[in-house]
Design a protein around this ligand. Sequence first.
Ligand code: FAD
Length: 278
Amino acid sequence: MISFDFQYFKPSSVADTVKTYNEVHKQGQQAVIISGGTEFITFARVNKIHADAVIDSKGIPECNVLEKRDDELVIGAAVSLNKITDSNLFPLLGATVKQIADHTSRNKITIGGNINSELIYKESVLPLLLTDAKVKITKGNSVEIVSLTSVFDRKMNLTSGELLLQVIIDASYTSLPYVSLKRTKFSKVGYPVVSAAAIVKDGRLRVAFSGVCDYPFRSDEMENVLNDSSLPVSKRIETAMAHLPSDIVDDLQGSGEYRAFVLKNVLLDVMEEMEMGE
Ligand SMILES: Cc1cc2nc3c(=O)[nH]c(=O)nc-3n(C[C@H](O)[C@H](O)[C@H](O)COP(=O)(O)OP(=O)(O)OC[C@H]3O[C@@H](n4cnc5c(N)ncnc54)[C@H](O)[C@@H]3O)c2cc1C
Protein backbone atom coordinates (compact mmCIF):
# COMPACT_ATOMS: atom_id res chain seq x y z
CA MET A 1 0.00 0.00 0.00
CA ILE A 2 1.12 3.55 -0.71
CA SER A 3 0.75 5.67 2.42
CA PHE A 4 0.38 9.07 0.74
CA ASP A 5 -2.19 10.57 -1.63
CA PHE A 6 -1.16 11.94 -4.98
CA GLN A 7 -2.80 13.36 -8.06
CA TYR A 8 -2.43 11.38 -11.29
CA PHE A 9 -2.02 13.08 -14.69
CA LYS A 10 -1.66 11.48 -18.10
CA PRO A 11 -0.97 14.31 -20.57
CA SER A 12 -1.19 13.60 -24.29
CA SER A 13 1.66 15.80 -25.51
CA VAL A 14 5.14 16.92 -24.54
CA ALA A 15 3.91 20.53 -24.13
CA ASP A 16 1.10 19.44 -21.78
CA THR A 17 3.51 17.32 -19.76
CA VAL A 18 5.93 20.21 -19.26
CA LYS A 19 3.01 22.55 -18.46
CA THR A 20 1.57 20.11 -15.91
CA TYR A 21 4.95 19.63 -14.28
CA ASN A 22 5.51 23.40 -14.03
CA GLU A 23 2.02 24.02 -12.62
CA VAL A 24 2.48 21.41 -9.89
CA HIS A 25 5.93 22.81 -9.14
CA LYS A 26 4.62 26.39 -8.94
CA GLN A 27 2.19 25.28 -6.21
CA GLY A 28 5.20 24.16 -4.18
CA GLN A 29 4.34 20.51 -4.75
CA GLN A 30 6.48 17.63 -5.88
CA ALA A 31 5.80 15.96 -9.23
CA VAL A 32 7.32 12.68 -10.43
CA ILE A 33 7.35 11.63 -14.08
CA ILE A 34 6.81 7.92 -14.64
CA SER A 35 6.89 5.56 -17.62
CA GLY A 36 6.16 2.01 -16.42
CA GLY A 37 5.68 3.12 -12.81
CA THR A 38 7.10 -0.11 -11.35
CA GLU A 39 10.00 1.56 -9.59
CA PHE A 40 7.83 4.45 -8.41
CA ILE A 41 5.32 2.02 -6.87
CA THR A 42 8.07 -0.08 -5.25
CA PHE A 43 9.76 2.97 -3.73
CA ALA A 44 6.46 4.66 -2.73
CA ARG A 45 5.33 1.53 -0.86
CA VAL A 46 8.39 1.74 1.39
CA ASN A 47 8.30 5.56 1.62
CA LYS A 48 11.57 5.87 -0.26
CA ILE A 49 9.91 8.41 -2.55
CA HIS A 50 7.18 10.99 -2.08
CA ALA A 51 5.07 12.71 -4.71
CA ASP A 52 2.10 15.07 -4.66
CA ALA A 53 1.54 14.42 -8.35
CA VAL A 54 2.49 11.61 -10.70
CA ILE A 55 2.75 12.48 -14.38
CA ASP A 56 2.48 9.43 -16.62
CA SER A 57 4.47 9.82 -19.84
CA LYS A 58 2.69 6.90 -21.53
CA GLY A 59 0.14 9.26 -23.11
CA ILE A 60 2.81 11.12 -25.10
CA PRO A 61 2.86 9.74 -28.67
CA GLU A 62 6.66 10.31 -29.10
CA CYS A 63 7.29 8.09 -26.08
CA ASN A 64 5.48 5.13 -27.65
CA VAL A 65 7.30 5.02 -30.99
CA LEU A 66 9.18 1.85 -31.91
CA GLU A 67 10.22 1.91 -35.54
CA LYS A 68 12.99 2.12 -38.08
CA ARG A 69 12.94 5.54 -39.76
CA ASP A 70 15.29 5.74 -42.75
CA ASP A 71 18.66 4.80 -41.30
CA GLU A 72 17.72 5.19 -37.64
CA LEU A 73 15.95 3.08 -35.07
CA VAL A 74 13.72 5.20 -32.82
CA ILE A 75 12.55 3.83 -29.48
CA GLY A 76 10.17 5.81 -27.28
CA ALA A 77 11.01 6.03 -23.57
CA ALA A 78 7.67 4.46 -22.62
CA VAL A 79 8.13 1.34 -24.77
CA SER A 80 8.16 -1.81 -22.65
CA LEU A 81 11.17 -4.12 -22.52
CA ASN A 82 9.12 -7.01 -23.93
CA LYS A 83 8.05 -4.94 -26.96
CA ILE A 84 11.70 -4.17 -27.70
CA THR A 85 12.67 -7.84 -27.53
CA ASP A 86 9.64 -9.02 -29.50
CA SER A 87 10.22 -6.46 -32.28
CA ASN A 88 13.71 -7.92 -32.96
CA LEU A 89 14.64 -4.50 -34.40
CA PHE A 90 17.87 -4.40 -32.36
CA PRO A 91 18.78 -7.97 -31.34
CA LEU A 92 21.52 -6.94 -28.85
CA LEU A 93 19.18 -4.56 -27.02
CA GLY A 94 16.41 -7.20 -27.15
CA ALA A 95 18.70 -9.84 -25.66
CA THR A 96 20.03 -7.51 -22.95
CA VAL A 97 16.64 -6.29 -21.73
CA LYS A 98 15.26 -9.84 -21.85
CA GLN A 99 17.58 -10.59 -18.92
CA ILE A 100 16.00 -7.90 -16.71
CA ALA A 101 13.37 -9.07 -14.16
CA ASP A 102 10.67 -11.60 -15.13
CA HIS A 103 8.44 -11.69 -18.22
CA THR A 104 5.40 -10.19 -16.46
CA SER A 105 7.42 -7.29 -15.04
CA ARG A 106 8.95 -6.64 -18.46
CA ASN A 107 5.48 -5.98 -19.85
CA LYS A 108 5.43 -2.94 -17.53
CA ILE A 109 9.08 -1.91 -17.21
CA THR A 110 10.04 0.59 -19.91
CA ILE A 111 13.37 1.50 -21.43
CA GLY A 112 12.98 5.11 -20.24
CA GLY A 113 12.28 3.98 -16.68
CA ASN A 114 15.23 1.60 -16.72
CA ILE A 115 17.69 4.21 -18.04
CA ASN A 116 16.45 6.72 -15.44
CA SER A 117 16.25 4.13 -12.67
CA GLU A 118 17.57 5.03 -9.22
CA LEU A 119 19.12 1.56 -9.04
CA ILE A 120 22.75 1.08 -10.08
CA TYR A 121 22.12 -1.45 -12.88
CA LYS A 122 20.27 0.25 -15.77
CA GLU A 123 21.20 -2.66 -18.01
CA SER A 124 19.34 -1.36 -21.04
CA VAL A 125 21.88 1.45 -21.37
CA LEU A 126 24.72 -0.98 -22.19
CA PRO A 127 23.86 -1.53 -25.88
CA LEU A 128 23.20 2.21 -26.21
CA LEU A 129 26.68 3.08 -24.90
CA LEU A 130 28.19 0.72 -27.47
CA THR A 131 26.30 2.16 -30.41
CA ASP A 132 26.86 5.90 -29.89
CA ALA A 133 23.12 6.35 -29.35
CA LYS A 134 21.41 9.73 -29.27
CA VAL A 135 18.55 10.76 -27.03
CA LYS A 136 15.63 13.11 -27.54
CA ILE A 137 15.00 15.05 -24.35
CA THR A 138 13.03 18.07 -23.24
CA LYS A 139 14.92 21.21 -22.25
CA GLY A 140 12.57 23.74 -20.72
CA ASN A 141 9.83 24.15 -23.30
CA SER A 142 11.89 22.87 -26.20
CA VAL A 143 13.05 19.46 -27.39
CA GLU A 144 16.65 18.54 -28.23
CA ILE A 145 18.47 15.57 -29.74
CA VAL A 146 21.88 15.08 -28.13
CA SER A 147 24.39 12.26 -27.77
CA LEU A 148 23.53 9.89 -24.94
CA THR A 149 26.96 10.36 -23.38
CA SER A 150 26.43 14.13 -23.12
CA VAL A 151 23.63 13.50 -20.62
CA PHE A 152 24.50 10.04 -19.29
CA ASP A 153 27.55 9.75 -17.10
CA ARG A 154 27.08 6.98 -14.56
CA LYS A 155 23.39 7.99 -14.56
CA MET A 156 21.01 10.19 -16.52
CA ASN A 157 21.74 13.80 -15.65
CA LEU A 158 18.43 15.42 -16.50
CA THR A 159 17.33 18.33 -14.37
CA SER A 160 14.06 18.16 -12.51
CA GLY A 161 11.10 18.19 -14.89
CA GLU A 162 13.14 17.25 -17.97
CA LEU A 163 12.01 14.16 -19.81
CA LEU A 164 13.67 11.49 -21.82
CA LEU A 165 11.42 11.10 -24.88
CA GLN A 166 13.28 8.72 -27.19
CA VAL A 167 16.52 6.89 -27.83
CA ILE A 168 17.82 6.94 -31.40
CA ILE A 169 20.27 4.40 -32.77
CA ASP A 170 22.04 4.44 -36.13
CA ALA A 171 20.50 1.35 -37.77
CA SER A 172 23.88 0.20 -39.13
CA TYR A 173 24.82 -0.81 -35.57
CA THR A 174 21.84 -3.08 -35.12
CA SER A 175 23.19 -5.86 -37.36
CA LEU A 176 26.74 -6.02 -35.98
CA PRO A 177 27.95 -9.21 -34.26
CA TYR A 178 27.10 -9.05 -30.58
CA VAL A 179 27.11 -10.88 -27.29
CA SER A 180 25.09 -10.20 -24.15
CA LEU A 181 26.05 -12.11 -21.00
CA LYS A 182 24.59 -11.84 -17.53
CA ARG A 183 25.68 -13.66 -14.40
CA THR A 184 23.49 -13.58 -11.27
CA LYS A 185 24.02 -15.07 -7.85
CA PHE A 186 20.95 -17.29 -7.58
CA SER A 187 18.14 -17.37 -10.13
CA LYS A 188 18.02 -16.05 -13.68
CA VAL A 189 15.72 -13.28 -12.38
CA GLY A 190 18.10 -11.31 -10.23
CA TYR A 191 20.26 -8.27 -10.22
CA PRO A 192 23.50 -8.82 -12.08
CA VAL A 193 26.73 -9.82 -10.39
CA VAL A 194 28.14 -8.99 -13.80
CA SER A 195 26.31 -8.07 -16.98
CA ALA A 196 28.22 -7.36 -20.18
CA ALA A 197 27.18 -6.37 -23.68
CA ALA A 198 29.65 -6.32 -26.55
CA ILE A 199 29.82 -5.67 -30.28
CA VAL A 200 32.58 -5.76 -32.84
CA LYS A 201 32.73 -2.64 -35.02
CA ASP A 202 35.41 -2.24 -37.69
CA GLY A 203 37.35 -5.15 -36.17
CA ARG A 204 37.38 -3.58 -32.69
CA LEU A 205 35.63 -4.93 -29.64
CA ARG A 206 33.39 -2.56 -27.71
CA VAL A 207 32.13 -3.71 -24.33
CA ALA A 208 29.97 -2.18 -21.59
CA PHE A 209 29.25 -3.45 -18.09
CA SER A 210 26.66 -3.34 -15.33
CA GLY A 211 26.91 -4.79 -11.82
CA VAL A 212 30.70 -4.40 -11.68
CA CYS A 213 30.97 -0.81 -10.42
CA ASP A 214 28.05 1.05 -8.89
CA TYR A 215 27.04 2.43 -12.28
CA PRO A 216 26.95 1.08 -15.85
CA PHE A 217 30.00 2.00 -17.91
CA ARG A 218 32.07 1.60 -21.04
CA SER A 219 35.82 2.22 -20.68
CA ASP A 220 38.21 3.32 -23.48
CA GLU A 221 41.18 2.13 -21.41
CA MET A 222 39.73 -1.35 -21.01
CA GLU A 223 38.77 -1.57 -24.68
CA ASN A 224 42.26 -0.49 -25.81
CA VAL A 225 43.83 -3.28 -23.80
CA LEU A 226 41.26 -5.88 -24.86
CA ASN A 227 41.92 -5.01 -28.50
CA ASP A 228 45.72 -5.25 -28.18
CA SER A 229 46.35 -8.31 -30.34
CA SER A 230 50.08 -8.27 -29.47
CA LEU A 231 49.13 -9.74 -26.08
CA PRO A 232 47.59 -13.14 -25.29
CA VAL A 233 43.93 -12.93 -24.25
CA SER A 234 44.67 -13.90 -20.63
CA LYS A 235 47.16 -11.02 -20.30
CA ARG A 236 44.73 -8.58 -21.94
CA ILE A 237 42.02 -9.54 -19.43
CA GLU A 238 44.39 -9.25 -16.49
CA THR A 239 45.50 -5.79 -17.64
CA ALA A 240 41.92 -4.69 -18.40
CA MET A 241 40.97 -5.56 -14.80
CA ALA A 242 43.51 -2.97 -13.63
CA HIS A 243 41.71 -0.31 -15.69
CA LEU A 244 38.27 -0.57 -14.09
CA PRO A 245 36.96 2.99 -13.65
CA SER A 246 36.26 2.56 -9.91
CA ASP A 247 36.04 0.05 -7.10
CA ILE A 248 34.15 -3.19 -7.68
CA VAL A 249 30.79 -3.39 -5.91
CA ASP A 250 30.93 -5.40 -2.71
CA ASP A 251 27.45 -6.20 -1.40
CA LEU A 252 24.94 -8.96 -0.63
CA GLN A 253 24.72 -9.97 -4.30
CA GLY A 254 28.44 -10.68 -4.31
CA SER A 255 31.70 -9.66 -2.68
CA GLY A 256 34.18 -7.57 -4.65
CA GLU A 257 36.44 -10.58 -4.94
CA TYR A 258 33.64 -12.77 -6.28
CA ARG A 259 32.56 -10.14 -8.79
CA ALA A 260 36.17 -9.77 -10.01
CA PHE A 261 36.37 -13.54 -10.49
CA VAL A 262 33.07 -13.58 -12.42
CA LEU A 263 34.09 -10.55 -14.49
CA LYS A 264 37.32 -12.25 -15.61
CA ASN A 265 35.34 -15.29 -16.73
CA VAL A 266 32.76 -13.14 -18.49
CA LEU A 267 35.54 -11.29 -20.32
CA LEU A 268 37.03 -14.60 -21.39
CA ASP A 269 33.63 -15.73 -22.71
CA VAL A 270 33.17 -12.42 -24.54
CA MET A 271 36.63 -12.65 -26.15
CA GLU A 272 36.00 -16.25 -27.18
CA GLU A 273 32.53 -15.64 -28.57
CA MET A 274 33.72 -12.61 -30.51
CA GLU A 275 36.80 -14.50 -31.72
CA MET A 276 39.16 -11.82 -30.43
CA GLY A 277 42.28 -14.03 -30.30
CA GLU A 278 43.96 -16.76 -28.31
C1 FAD B 1 11.70 -8.11 -10.21
C2 FAD B 1 12.59 -7.00 -10.73
C3 FAD B 1 13.89 -7.31 -11.11
C4 FAD B 1 14.72 -6.32 -11.63
N1 FAD B 1 15.96 -6.66 -12.09
C5 FAD B 1 16.72 -5.73 -12.74
C6 FAD B 1 17.94 -6.08 -13.34
O1 FAD B 1 18.40 -7.22 -13.24
N2 FAD B 1 18.62 -5.13 -14.02
C7 FAD B 1 18.15 -3.85 -14.15
O2 FAD B 1 18.77 -3.03 -14.82
N3 FAD B 1 17.00 -3.48 -13.54
C8 FAD B 1 16.30 -4.38 -12.85
N4 FAD B 1 15.12 -4.02 -12.23
C9 FAD B 1 14.87 -2.60 -12.05
C10 FAD B 1 13.97 -2.12 -13.04
O3 FAD B 1 14.55 -2.27 -14.28
C11 FAD B 1 13.63 -0.65 -12.82
O4 FAD B 1 13.08 -0.49 -11.58
C12 FAD B 1 12.65 -0.33 -13.90
O5 FAD B 1 13.43 -0.29 -15.05
C13 FAD B 1 11.88 0.87 -13.81
O6 FAD B 1 11.14 0.96 -15.03
P1 FAD B 1 9.73 1.66 -15.10
O7 FAD B 1 9.46 1.91 -16.53
O8 FAD B 1 8.70 0.94 -14.34
O9 FAD B 1 10.17 3.01 -14.35
P2 FAD B 1 9.34 4.09 -13.56
O10 FAD B 1 8.92 3.59 -12.22
O11 FAD B 1 8.30 4.68 -14.43
O12 FAD B 1 10.50 5.20 -13.39
C14 FAD B 1 11.78 4.88 -12.85
C15 FAD B 1 12.55 6.19 -12.67
O13 FAD B 1 12.77 6.80 -13.95
C16 FAD B 1 12.19 8.10 -14.00
N5 FAD B 1 11.59 8.21 -15.34
C17 FAD B 1 10.69 7.35 -15.89
N6 FAD B 1 10.41 7.73 -17.15
C18 FAD B 1 11.13 8.86 -17.39
C19 FAD B 1 11.27 9.71 -18.52
N7 FAD B 1 10.60 9.48 -19.67
N8 FAD B 1 12.10 10.77 -18.44
C20 FAD B 1 12.77 11.00 -17.29
N9 FAD B 1 12.69 10.24 -16.18
C21 FAD B 1 11.88 9.16 -16.24
C22 FAD B 1 11.15 8.14 -12.90
O14 FAD B 1 10.93 9.45 -12.43
C23 FAD B 1 11.80 7.24 -11.84
O15 FAD B 1 12.76 7.97 -11.12
C24 FAD B 1 14.27 -4.98 -11.72
C25 FAD B 1 12.98 -4.66 -11.29
C26 FAD B 1 12.14 -5.67 -10.82
C27 FAD B 1 10.74 -5.30 -10.43
